[in-house]
Design a protein around this ligand. Structure first.
Ligand code: 48F
Length: 261
């Protein structure tokens, strides 16, 4: 066998192009591959939806990698145990109703199980805007390479269609903030401030409010994870992750309900 450089190029470009073209019409586009986005993608794919996750960085996992203050461990509550266990992660009891998990294992298995379920994960691609039309309905995402964003280049993005979008971009609620700037209607669905911003740490309250905050905030746009708490002005929680998983599952449930004919 001779190893032709062009064979490598061809394999990479063809495979990318074929699969990316397949994703031009999605049921759900998820912005952000943190714990809530990966969990939502896994449940959606498992239920048969066509789902892709767009992650700005070259790595997935969001805030899970760093655990608490760079100690690579995360804490999960009993309520979310099942969601984590389904990925194959081992949980060690560490107090009443609490489990500790290795952060590297949690990221790896969360991503692998989403892919095994049928979700696609695109990395290095950020959601910089939304496609909004047909009666002010979100119906797609506008994408660009993170490298372009970092270099500050003036390069126009590309877009794809998606029946629903989940904003799982974390603390900064980036997609919602962009929409709030461009489509004032977001205010109607979220109250006075379109994106209230997260409040200081209060783990128990923040966790309790998170699933309730996981909602459709604009026709076609659902919020999950810390984005949901940031949009509705709830508290941050630190390195406890059960709520992120429960919120991801709830976002998937809501999306499936909305996708039903
Ligand atoms: O921040 P992140 O992990 O969000 P999450 O799912 O989980 C929060 C926890 O990690 C933790 C916590 C636990 O109590 O509070 O912080 O809510 O993951 C968000 C992902 O979205 C990516 C970002 O790189 C990260 O991997 N991201 C952010 N903005 C964009 C984006 C964007 N515009 N387009 C694509 N990806």
């Amino acid at each position: 066998m001779t190893l032709e450089e062009t064979a490598v190029t061809s394999a990479i470009v063809r495979s990318f192009a074929e699969e990316f073209l397949e994703d031009l019409e999605l049921d759900v586009a998820v912005a952000g591959a943190g714990p809530s986005g990966l969990t939502a993608a896994r449940y959606l794919a498992k239920a048969g939806a066509r789902v892709a996750v767009f992650e700005r960085h070259l790595y997935v996992g969001g805030g899970m990698w760093g655990g608490g203050m760079l100690f690579p461990r995360i804490v999960i509550q009993e309520e979310a145990r099942e969601i984590m266990e389904e990925t194959g992660v081992s949980l060690k009891p560490c107090g009443e109703g609490l489990f500790v998990v290795d952060a590297v294992e949690a990221v790896s298995r969360s991503a692998a199980s989403a892919i095994e379920a049928g979700a696609r994960i695109w990395i290095g691609m950020g959601v910089e805007d939304l496609v909004v039309r047909e009666g002010d309905r979100v119906c797609g995402v506008v994408l660009n390479w993170m490298a372009v964003e970092r270099a500050g280049l003036h390069v126009d993005p590309l877009a794809l269609r998606s029946r629903l979008v989940i904003d799982a971009t974390g603390h900064d609620a980036e997609v919602c903030r962009t929409l709030a700037r461009k489509a004032p209607g977001l205010r109607l669905l979220t109250g006075d401030g379109a994106v209230a911003g997260e409040r200081s740490m209060w783990a128990e309250k923040g966790e309790k409010e998170l699933v309730h905050n996981t909602r459709q905030v604009y026709p076609g746009l659902i919020v999950a994870g810390m984005t949901a708490n940031a949009v509705f002005g709830s508290h941050r929680m630190g390195a406890v992750f059960g709520g992120m998983l429960l919120s991801g599952r709830e976002a998937a449930r809501l999306a499936l309900e909305l996708l039903r004919p």
